[in-house]
Design a protein around this ligand. Sequence first.
Ligand code: AKB
Length: 316
Amino acid sequence: MVVGAGGQIGTELVPHLQKHYGYDNVIAADLKPEIVERLGTFSRAIPLNALEMEAYARVVKKENIDAIFNLVALLSATGEKNPQLAWNLNMGALLNSLNLAKEYNCSIFTPSSIGAFGENTPHDMTPQDTVMRPNTIYGVCKVTGELLGDYYHSRFGVDARSVRFPGIISNGALPGGGTTDYAVEVFYEVAKRGRYTCEVPKDTYMDMLYMPDALEATTQLMEADPSKLIHRNSFNITSMSFTPEQLFEAIKKRVPSFTWDYNVDPVKAQISASWPDRMDDSCARNEWGWNPKWGLDEMVDDMLAACRKKVENGEY
Ligand code: AKB
């Protein structure tokens, strides 16, 4: 069961899980009726507010759920606009998911993020186990979520696992409210207008991942032999790291007419500066075989083609 299935990750995780486990064995749950309607065109979709424990428990019981993918989250930039809401939503959904996993013996995957790190974390080759003092409410939720995942595992035996996702680049559903969103938006804007205004400073490095690798990481980790896992919540994973300027130069090589400028958002500038430049993901590689396939050049080619098609079809 994928909870918060209508977002950037869920929209593509649902079909990925269907491929692995069969259409009938995947349930996509989301809050908003229009999103449930969209999800219903390709999955068994149901309306669900993950904060309503009784309704959530009824579904888990009735559908005999054995794995929960909890994707409910307000992201980093939006979270700063309403920290109380971010905390209530992110932690409320996670605690309900963990408690249901405990009660109904489900495994549980909840993404953590590069947002779990902060200014005084080593930025270059950020180690798996290091200082974690984020300065966003999103990051505070992610660190708390990692600790809770490990606590529910050691205290109650819940099979909780997670990865620290970097910025995820994809062409299924748009992300919303994140600091790394620029690396997705730019491709749509190139296809539509040939120009882009970026809110993240030009020389800020951040880790990124292309969606096919993110999906593979999710199923690979959840199927990994538990006896091989030294860590659980949460693994550093990455496949590329670049600045906005480097990404835009890579696009310009393929689309010479592309132009861009910057209108830096101070909140995004502060958040992005506090996140790692490049993580060390060797624990994920050693403990469960993480081995990403997509680098910058292949990703840019694929994104340009996909977004061009979407714009041509009037989908953006
Ligand atoms: C965000 O920018 O908030 C997210 C993330 C890196 O967790 N994409």
